[in-house]
Structure formats: structure tokens, C-alpha cells
Design a protein around this ligand. Structure first.
Ligand SMILES: Cc1cc2nc3c(=O)[nH]c(=O)nc-3n(C[C@H](O)[C@H](O)[C@H](O)COP(=O)(O)OP(=O)(O)OC[C@H]3O[C@@H](n4cnc5c(N)ncnc54)[C@H](O)[C@@H]3O)c2cc1C
Length: 409
């Protein structure tokens, strides 16, 4: 059996590794000169920056991505964050993430504990947003700010833009799989190791190869067009989202087209800092609910010192984009950093913004439409088709798992 994969991002590479291990003949086509998409390293002044991700795996060594990596034999070491996260409070003090309930008055604290314990019962059936859900049950300013900070860091969205249903699935997964981790060697180590697995199983990855057509036989995919050539295939897996995939063939299913055109990406800004001294001092996430724009920051060199030159630290902040003026958003982010680290010396290495065709998430969390298409044997993976409750690359791994189940691998 032959499978062709469009795009060598994390979703494409995970699919390729899983199928090649199961004996499929694999060819992956990537339009760029490098593999890994938004989960690749970017060498800059001796630092390992990235094309997208903040070098974090949301559920560390226990989550869906780590499980899939182990299954395909990709030997990636993931260092679990310790502490998982710390929150900067309104008065400038820091508290452990697990202690956030202690910031609430007793009645709200007990209510939240009960809701989390019986979370299935409280899962909304309608489309209420996470912000409105908090207002309905708690109406608490600290919780609202923390929700924006968490959603901004993890999903690049404000709490008002995340369905409560999805957020409660995410919270369930946090209890199930626990907190984040940093892959040794950064996100590029994950995608490069997957590429090695694929090659060692006989699969091929072609860079500078843009797929421009999906070839159909009635309602079944039978190959792709790349650089003027036709490549036959039994299965086609696309890592470029439903919308871009649907433009590669004549899609006549109006219901499907209607659903996928409404699924919008999430936008974000990442600022990378270099410092001689530690700015954060631990390997977890530093949530900043009272900053104007920055939602969270990490210092990945506390997990893997080799992500920076000797004696330096690599610090990365993330913020969801909340207005149309990117320059203003960046200026506010830089100002937040000055206020958060008033006595510390650091250098701004790089500011990167992500939107449109190179976003934080191709489809905002909670708006994913599954992995199937109206075409038989054509599937979509990646962060345009995440599995339920999956934050970023964990959602990518859950989506790949769904497709493998469909294929029977
Ligand atoms: C600022 C930022 C911070 C982030 N931080 C984190 C984090 O810390 N942790 C985390 O879990 N996630 C993080 N993410 C999200 C994570 O990076 C993405 O979810 C993940 O990399 C998406 O992988 P993918 O395979 O879906 O897509 P992509 O990485 O976009 O891969 C798709 C590939 O398809 C290729 N392609 C497109 N069109 C064609 C075509 N026609 N023919 C051939 N190839 C094509 C593209 O060039 C690309 O390489 C972050 C993202 C950003 C932007």
C-alpha cells in the first residue's frame, strides 16, 4: 500500500512515521527547502530559535505526542517542566500554578473544586465561551485574567474566543496527562528524529516539492500532482488544513465547504530574549495575567542549556494578537517585558509574528472539524484538524491517531 503525504510538518511526519512503521510505502512532499514546518529549529547567533513553537510539548513525556513518538521508535528525550507553571499575581508576587484556587474566596474555591471533580456533568452542550462560562459560575476577576493568560499562551486566543466545551476537555487532559515538557534539542529535534524514522523504514521525503493537485477517481483519492508529475497513491494525507486541501480538487460538497471556510486560524507574536542571568529561573511556564499583552513566558535553557550558547539563557514570550495593528501589539509586548523584568539586562534577539498562512494554529481550538473529507482515502492531519481537547501539538498527535484508526493502523 502506498501513502502520499502533503507537507512535512509535525502532522505529516507523525503520519509518515506511523504508516512507514506499519509497512506502507511513504512519500512526503514539502514545498519548503526544510522539513518540520512550524516545529523546526532556526539557528540564530548560536541560539536555537524556531520557525514557530516555543520548544514546549504541552503534556510533556506523558501526553499523546510523547506516546506516539515512543510507538514509532522516535527517540526524543522530553524533560518535564518543574514546576509545571508559576503565576505572577496582581501584587507582583509569584504563586505555583497548582495553588491558583487559593487566590479565590472560600466559596468560589469550593465551587471550582466541585466543578472540576464532576467536570463531565458541567460540560456545556451549547456554544458558550469559556469567558461567559466563568462569568456564569464565578464572576471573578482573577479567574478571568488567568483564563485569558492560559488561553493566550496555550491557544493564542482570548477566553471569549474559546468554547467552554473545548476548554473543559483541555482541563480534563491536564489532569490526565499533567503539565508540559521541553524536548532536548528543541522542537527541531522532534521533527528531525521523525524524518530519520521515516527514512530508516524506507520512506522518502522530498523538499522543494509543492503539491498543486489531488487526483481523484470519482469520490476516491488516487494520487497527487507535484512539479508537473503525477504520483499515484492508495491514500493521501494532507498536513495543510481542510481549506487549502479542498482547493486542490473540485470539491462539490457544500455542507463540508461551509463548515471548513468558517474555521479561522489563531494569530500570535513571539519575542525571543537572550540574557546572561536567569530571568525566570525554572523550566515551567510563567503566566502573566496582569501584563497588558504578554500571556506567558518560558526559559527553555533551564531544561536544555544547549538551546543557547554557553553562559546564555533563551527566554521566549508569547502573546495572542488582539488588534489589527501588529506594530502596536509588538510595542505593548516589549513594554510588558520591561515591566516584568525591570532590573534585569537582556537583549531582544528576534520578534516573530504569526498569522494567515503561517499562524499559531491553522484552526482555532474548538473549531476543528475532524480528520475526514468528503473524498474517500483523503484525510487531513495537523493543527487544522486537531483531536478534541488537544492543545497544539498534542491536538496534532490526537488527530493523527484518529486518522490511523480510520486507516486501520
Ligand atoms: C509562535 C508559535 C508558538 C507555538 N508554540 C508551541 C509550543 O510551544 N508547543 C506546541 O505544542 N505548539 C506550539 N505551536 C503550534 C505548533 O507549532 C503547531 O501546532 C505545529 O507545528 C503544526 O504542525 P502542522 O504539521 O500542523 O503544520 P505545519 O508545521 O504548518 O506543516 C505543514 C507543512 O506543509 C507544507 N505545505 C504547505 N502547502 C504545501 C503544498 N502545497 N505542498 C507541499 N507542502 C506544503 C508547509 O510548508 C509546512 O511545512 C506554536 C506555534 C507558533 C506559531
Amino acid at each position: 500500500m502506498k501513502a502520499v503525504i502533503i507537507g512535512a510538518g509535525l502532522g505529516g511526519l507523525l503520519s509518515g512515521a506511523k504508516l512507514s512503521k506499519a509497512g506502507y510505502d511513504i512519500e512526503i512532499f514539502e514545498r519548503l527547502p526544510f522539513i518540520g514546518g512550524r516545529f523546526a529549529n532556526l539557528d540564530y547567533k548560536g541560539f536555537k530559535l524556531s520557525t514557530g513553537a516555543l520548544h514546549m510539548i504541552p503534556h510533556g513525556s506523558r501526553g499523546p505526542l510523547a506516546q506516539l513518538l515512543r510507538e514509532v521508535g522516535a527517540q526524543v528525550k522530553i524533560i518535564d517542566s518543574n514546576p509545571m507553571a508559576v503565576i505572577r499575581t496582581a501584587n507582583g508576587g509569584d504563586i505555583a500554578f497548582h495553588d491558583f484556587r487559593k487566590q479565590l474566596p472560600l466559596t468560589k474555591n469550593v465551587k471550582l473544586g466541585t466543578i472540576l471533580l464532576f467536570s463531565r456533568k458541567f460540560k456545556p452542550k451549547n456554544n458558550i465561551s469559556f469567558k461567559d462560562w466563568i462569568l456564569k459560575y464565578f464572576d471573578d476577576e482573577f479567574l478571568l485574567k488567568l483564563a485569558d493568560s492560559f488561553c493566550g499562551w496555550a491557544l493564542s486566543l482570548a477566553a471569549k474566543d474559546v468554547p467552554a466545551r473545548e476548554m473543559l476537555e483541555i482541563i480534563d487532559n491536564m489532569y490526565k496527562y499533567k503539565g508540559s515538557g521541553v524536548p532536548v534539542g528543541g522542537c527541531g529535534a522532534v521533527t528531525e528524529t521523525l524524518a530519520d524514522v521515516i527514512s530508516s523504514n524506507g520512506g522518502k521525503i522530498h523538499t522543494k516539492s509543492c503539491v498543486d493537485k489531488i487526483i481523484l477517481d470519482k469520490d476516491r483519492a488516487k494520487g497527487v500532482g507535484v512539479n508537473g508529475k503525477t504520483i499515484d497513491s492508495d491514500i493521501v494525507i494532507s498536513d495543510i488544513g481542510h481549506f487549502d486541501t479542498s482547493r486542490m480538487y473540485e470539491c462539490k460538497n457544500d455542507e463540508y465547504l461551509g463548515k471548513i471556510k468558517d474555521a479561522k486560524p489563531s494569530k500570535g507574536i513571539k519575542i525571543c530574549l537572550s540574557s546572561d542571568e536567569r530571568l525566570i529561573g525554572h523550566s515551567g511556564v510563567f503566566f502573566t495575567p496582569y501584563a497588558q499583552r504578554i500571556n506567558g513566558i518560558n526559559e527553555v535553557t533551564n531544561a536544555d542549556p544547549n538551546l543557547a550558547p554557553p553562559g546564555k539563557h533563551l527566554v521566549m514570550s508569547h502573546q495572542a494578537v488582539v488588534s489589527d495593528n501588529l506594530n502596536d501589539e509588538i510595542a505593548l509586548g516589549l513594554l510588558d517585558l520591561k515591566r516584568l523584568f525591570p532590573d534585569k539586562k537582556y537583549e531582544v534577539l528576534l520578534v516573530q509574528s504569526y498569522s494567515n498562512g503561517w499562524p499559531v494554529n491553522r484552526v482555532s481550538s474548538g473549531a476543528d472539524t475532524g480528520n475526514k473529507t468528503p473524498i474517500r482515502n483523503l484525510y487531513v492531519v495537523g493543527d487544522g484538524a486537531k483531536g478534541k481537547g488537544g492543545i497544539e501539538v498534542e491536538g496534532v498527535a490526537l488527530g493523527v491517531r484518529n486518522v490511523m484508526r480510520e486507516i486501520g493502523v
